[in-house]
Design a protein around this ligand. Structure first.
Ligand code: MRU
Length: 472
């Protein structure tokens, strides 16, 4: 096998090992290019593979010293898109008293080893911020993290809207997914006697969802998308089915967009980089590995030694509570800092680049994101540090020409005076709580999307990836 292929096997093995998904001689790997099968030999240590450890054959004539799980690998290559198989042993996946030949651990296939490793990690560690199950939208209540993993079940649009408003679910892409599933509840729960009436109820539900968080454009984008699909449906039941179908597609596409952004964006992260990020942009706010955090995670998976400075992100502490929680689960080295520490770290040469997510990107490249993002961009410019934004094209809003017309959500001042319920200011202190700020396009070095990295001039590049101006 070529040295490139061995490198791919080694990287996959080391990644599984560093994440605790294998130890000793556990696990095995294979690839199949449509003709040649490469598979780890029986007894190989995946985290220190040598050339002799990966053996070659075909599906009809497999190598004699292949892993004892050979038969399972061969079976998985019956799947149409399988080009790689990963077998790992996450904690608890090997039954007590297990004997050779019995099912154990996980077997995951993918289009490449890297993809299969990603899927293996997701299957064991993915956080499901939102899921549509039976008749409920199930939401991981992020206000209780990191102390408690508590799920709430929403059965009506109003319940989903309330969960969005109080930040039980948050982050632009997953807000779109939650809104899309809330539209299913609206369609199913409609008392209207006919299709026309259900569509009117959907419109009302859509408006109430869009109002919950006015800056995150993904809500409007998702509502419009499921509503458009409903237009073509037949009968009241057909409407609900169509909305559910589209919502599922939105969720799947978001997961895929995250993986693609990760693969594309990690080129921007040098080996050994100290990366600063703000707010939370990971699995908790997408259906996949995340946007900015997904890029960082992807660089980590590719073997780059990355260290993350995590801004605490006041006043709601998405960085301190959520990003650290995610990075810890993914074994990415990180350090939490007070938001105010970012500038001096940059001055001390301890930040190589900044990468953040977005709640809305205007047609000219102005970026609305969590309050505190804009000062980071200004500091980055002053210190000559690249400032990147990672967001799916569903966050690009061609109908918003510039940041000047982005509505910035104003939240309850109590989030500032009583963060996490603790009074930090005298009672009655006047406080302002703008939830987002707008970073002008000229401070943004590049925007990572699932359709490529966009460089200035953004009006041209964003039009290419996200299309023309729509309706506001
Ligand atoms: O108020 P939040 O927590 O919803 O704000 C979230 C952010 O600002 C994120 O950076 C943005 O939504 C991108 S999420 C991938």
């Amino acid at each position: 096998m070529g040295i490139g292929d061995l490198t791919e096997f080694r990287l996959a093995g080391k990644t599984l090992y560093s994440l605790g998904l294998i130890k000793g001689t556990e696990g095995n790997l294979s690839t199949f290019d449509g003709r040649v099968l490469h598979i780890t030999r029986a007894g190989a240590c995946l985290f220190e593979l040598t050339t002799d450890d990966v053996v070659e054959g075909t599906l009809d004539e497999p190598p004699p010293n292949a892993s004892s799980d050979l038969r399972i690998h061969l079976r998985l290559y019956g799947e149409p898109d399988a080009r790689a198989v990963v077998h790992a042993h996450p904690g608890g996946s090997v039954p007590e008293g297990w004997m050779e030949g019995q099912p154990h651990g996980i077997y995951v296939h993918g289009g490449s080893l890297e993809e299969a490793v990603g899927a293996a990690i997701r299957s064991t560690r993915t956080v499901h911020a939102v899921a549509f199950e039976g008749d409920v939208v199930r939401i991981l209540d992020q206000t209780r993290l990191p102390n408690e993993e508590h799920y709430i079940e929403c059965r009506t649009v109003d319940e989903v809207a309330a969960a969005i408003r109080r930040l039980a679910v948050r982050g632009a892409p997953v807000l779109g997914i939650a809104a899309a599933y809330a539209m299913v509840l609206a369609a199913r729960g409609s008392a209207a006697p006919d299709r026309g009436g259900v569509l009117l109820d959907l419109d009302a539900a859509g408006r109430s969802l869009v109002d919950t968080r006015p800056t995150a454009v993904n809500i409007r984008w998702a509502v419009d998308r499921v509503r458009a699909r409903a237009t073509d449906a037949e009968g009241a039941e057909g409407v609900a089915e169509a909305v559910l179908g589209e919502a599922r597609i939105i969720e799947r596409e978001d997961a895929q967009a995250c993986s693609t952004m990760g693969r594309i964006g990690r080129k921007l992260i040098p080996d050994g980089a100290n990366v600063l990020t703000h707010c939370n942009t990971g699995m908790l706010c997408t259906a996949g590995i995340g946007t900015a955090l997904g890029v960082i995670y992807s660089a980590h998976l590719a073997g780059k030694r990355v260290h993350v400075w995590v801004d605490e992100t006041r006043p709601v502490w998405q960085g301190a509570r959520l990003t650290t929680w995610e990075l810890e689960r993914l074994a990415v080295p990180h350090t939490l800092i007070a938001d105010a520490a970012a500038g001096s770290l940059m001055a001390a040469g301890q930040v190589d680049l900044i990468i953040v997510g977005a709640d809305r990107i205007a047609a000219n490249g102005d970026v609305a994101n969590k309050i505190g993002t804009y000062p980071l961009a200004v500091l980055a410019r002053h210190h000559g540090i690249p400032f990147y934004v990672a967001a799916p094209t569903s966050t690009v809003d061609p109908a918003t020409l510039s940041g000047a017309s982005i509505v910035v959500e104003e939240r309850d001042p109590a989030e500032v005076t009583r963060p996490l319920g603790l009074a930090v200011a005298p009672g009655g202190t006047p406080a302002a709580n703008p939830s987002f700020d707008v970073t002008p396009a000229d401070l943004v070095t590049a925007i990572v999307t699932e359709r490529g990295i966009v460089h200035p001039p953004y009006d041209v590049g964003l039009r290419e990836v996200a299309g023309e101006r729509g309706t506001a």
